[in-house]
Design a protein around this ligand. Structure first.
Ligand code: URA
Length: 267
């Protein structure tokens, strides 16, 4: 190996460490030296479908795309335990880097289902959603309107696996796991949904607006269990970073409490 090239790679590695990179994003190591070797022309592809469509015959891929496979696995799950196993089976690079599947917590029969973004490091370690600092804040906020995790609500996330380094979920990851979440909602049949943060609100409302525009009101969420009222609100992790936003979060909590106790109709 040329000494100059090795120095360049070591300098890049040192820089990454200084910037706080502490995880490899790939499930398997990549030999980047080998990538510099002369590239042989690839073998001709083995086509799953005829290169030229036959007259009158639709061209169908033999292997279903991952989201279609996920939808089939999700649809076959007849209860929450089966759904959890189906998620564990679904092929995803996130599964390779995470430690534990994070499925749900709280009371499924409570009628109130809260949907966050994705597990963080604490959730990944313990296999339960919202158990880190943002989860503790969420519990305190809900406790202030008389709602307890052990009795009054149920929690899950858009993604069941922790994205490496807590990065924001990609659109492809959300698309892959959305059929599982939809089946989750269908099996739990909540009366109300709470969408915690922008990732959850955008994914479930198919909205382009950010959370500051979406929050503070009830939306109609299209689910396989029919349209359900969903309140978009700020994510507790955002409130930890931006304490001044707690005023808005409090207004959302008051609206939630008034609605679930029947004082205010979802609008
Ligand atoms: N943030 C989330 O969105 N979900 C969790 O489970 C934890 C932190």
């Amino acid at each position: 190996m040329e000494a100059g090239y090795r120095e360049e790679l070591l300098a890049a590695l040192r820089l990454q460490l200084e910037w706080g990179v502490d995880e490899a994003l790939e499930a398997a190591p990549i030999d980047r030296f080998a990538l510099r070797a002369p590239v042989m022309p690839p073998p001709p592809p083995v086509l799953a479908t005829p290169a030229v469509p036959q007259a009158g015959r639709p061209v169908l891929p033999l292997v279903p795309p991952p989201a279609a496979a996920a939808a089939a696995l999700a649809a076959a799950a007849q209860d929450l335990a089966a759904l959890k196993s189906a998620i564990a089976e679904a092929d995803s690079p996130l599964r390779e880097t995470a430690t534990n599947l994070v499925f749900s917590d709280g009371v499924a029969e409570s009628g109130l289902m809260m949907i966050g973004e994705a597990p963080g490091a604490d959730e990944d370690r313990l296999g339960r959603p919202f158990v880190g600092v943002s989860g503790q804040l969420l519990d305190r906020m809900l406790d202030s309107i008389g709602l307890k995790r052990s009795e009054n609500f149920y929690l899950t996330n858009i993604l069941p696996w922790r994205p490496p380094g807590n990065r924001t979920p990609t659109d492809a990851e959300i698309t892959l796991f959305l059929p599982f979440l939809m089946r989750h909602i269908e099996l739990v049949r909540p009366r109300h949904l709470v969408l915690l943060g922008g990732v959850s609100a955008k994914a479930l409302l198919r909205a382009k607006d950010g959370i500051t525009r979406l929050r503070g009101r009830w939306h109609q969420v299209e689910t396989p269990a029919g349209p359900l009222p969903g309140l978009a609100t700020l994510h507790p992790a955002y409130l930890l970073r931006t304490p001044s936003a707690k005023r808005e979060a409090w207004a959302d909590l008051v609206l939630l409490k008034r609605t679930i106790t029947g004082d205010a109709a979802p609008q």
